[in-house]
Design a protein around this ligand. Structure first.
Ligand SMILES: *Cc1c(COP(=O)(O)O)cnc(C)c1O
Length: 434
């Protein structure tokens, strides 16, 4: 009870100039929460009453947004739980510029309404000349739902049994497609589907033939799949969900289909995500024939799947701007990475830290087989938990009882911060954490 005495009251703390400024920046509730937490720590005896204001200031969130920036040292370039693609500085600038009032749907020359997001759509179209028209919705799943609803509701989508994909978190593409009122006409088998299987299933009830890229798994052995080019003569649209969002082929990712190549093979409509290998914001890209894209664009559901101005701005900056971090991370030179990791390790000068070869992967965004030779800082696994509680949190991966920190997706400018965080954890963590 005595401890309560001397703990500054909330209104007194909120009068502290630093906390008053924080109210301006973050809003009242987050600041009050930090104040209450600091008072609570003082009541519990963890903090001297004179330190409550300082503790509240330290505990303030960096932004009012709630989502905390983390350092992705997992070696997984597109980590779904960490928000998939990290945006480029150009895309972040574009988002900030578009955050206020903006000409997203307004022509400054005529003073009249203009096509929403026209510059972003033009940039996307310019990046894929093989597409007659383009449209953008909220994500890849939304693009599929729009295509299925507009082109096949009450009709059939012909799809291979080998392409009935679960995309993650229990969501399955077949369920998603059927939720639109389209019926799935499954053809072929898990491992083999031929062009003749599709041809035999196509009829008056067919809305379109769908090809889905198995972006998160591989089937090996006695397998065959019908190439897109073999399905173009069936008299129905061929829709291809390429998943990962490569606009043009990338020699680094030979197994990944790209939008341009898929359209050149004869696809009528290509569907892809914006925040996988393209490295942009969450979005669903639809590229293809003018007639089909126009049908999708004018469908009532399109309004419900419409993207935000922030997405349009970030997408344009990704497509037309400098190479985004995702693409840079895939290209990171292994020797350079080893040298950088070695420098970090030398700075730590800690007996439990070492530099080890490791393997990085693309992650949920595609290329399930691709192994990127990498290097990691290896620490006892006991560091994993405290490092997740540094600011910014550092997320690595534990392998064979060691915490591996792969710097591939960590901005080089964050190395000082990372070194300091590890040193702080070393000072408090038990040596025998392994
Ligand atoms: C990721 C993926 C989707 C879903 O896209 P989201 O942008 O996550 O909605 C659909 N199909 C394939 C083949 C995918 O890889």
């Amino acid at each position: 009870m005595d401890r309560r005495r001397g703990i500054p009251r909330t209104d007194a703390l909120l009068a502290d100039p630093r906390l008053r400024a924080a109210v301006e920046r973050l809003g009242r509730e987050p600041v009050k929460a930090a104040v209450r937490a600091a008072q609570q720590r003082a009541r519990a005896g963890e903090l001297a009453p004179t330190d409550v204001a300082d503790a509240a200031v330290t505990a303030l969130p960096a932004t009012a947004g709630g989502l905390r920036p983390v350092l992705n040292a997992t070696g997984v370039v597109l980590h779904t739980n960490l928000g998939r693609a990290a945006l480029s500085a150009a895309a972040l600038d574009a988002i900030v510029a578009a955050g206020g009032h903006t000409d997203v749907e307004f022509d400054l020359d005529t003073g009249k309404r203009a096509r929403r997001g026209r510059t972003a759509l033009a940039a996307l179209a310019a990046a894929v000349p093989a597409a007659e028209a383009v449209h953008v919705v909220n994500n890849g799943a939304a693009a599929l739902v729009l295509a299925a609803t507009a082109l096949a509701a009450g009709r059939e989508i012909v799809v291979s049994r080998g392409e009935m994909v679960e995309i993650g978190d229990g969501f399955r593409l077949p369920d998603l497609l059927e939720s639109t009122g389209a019926r799935l006409r499954e053809v072929g088998t898990t491992n083999r589907t031929s062009p003749a299987d599709y041809a035999a299933a196509v009829g008056p009830a067919t809305g379109f033939v769908l090809k889905v890229h198995p972006s998160n798994f591989v089937v090996r052995g006695f397998t065959s799949a019908a190439p897109v080019a073999s399905l173009t003569g069936l008299g129905v649209p061929v829709v291809v969900d390429i998943g990962s969002g490569l606009l043009a082929s990338d020699p680094l990712l030979p197994g990944e289909p790209d939008a341009a190549g898929t359209l050149r093979s004869g696809a009528d409509l290509v569907i892809a995500s914006g925040d996988k290998l393209l490295g942009g914001p969450q979005a669903g890209l639809l590229l293809g024939s003018s007639a089909l894209v126009e049908r999708l664009r004018r469908h009532p559901l399109a309004r419900a799947l419409r993207v935000d101005k922030l997405t349009l701005a970030a997408l344009q900056a990704t497509v037309a701007g400098p190479l985004p971090p995702t693409r840079q991370a895939l290209r990171y030179d292994a020797d350079e990475l080893r040298d950088r990791t070695t420098r970090l390790c030398a700075r730590l000068n800690h007996p439990d830290a070492s530099v080890v070869p490791s393997v990085a992967v693309v992650g949920g965004g595609g290329a399930p087989e691709l192994q990127l030779p990498s290097w990691s800082l290896s620490l006892p696994s006991g560091y994993a938990e405290p490092l997740r509680h540094t600011d910014p949190p550092v997320v690595g991966r534990v392998e064979h009882g060691r915490l591996l920190l792969d710097l591939r997706c960590v901005p080089a400018a964050a190395d000082d911060t990372l070194a300091a965080a590890i040193r702080r954890c070393a000072a408090s963590a038990p040596r025998a954490g392994a």
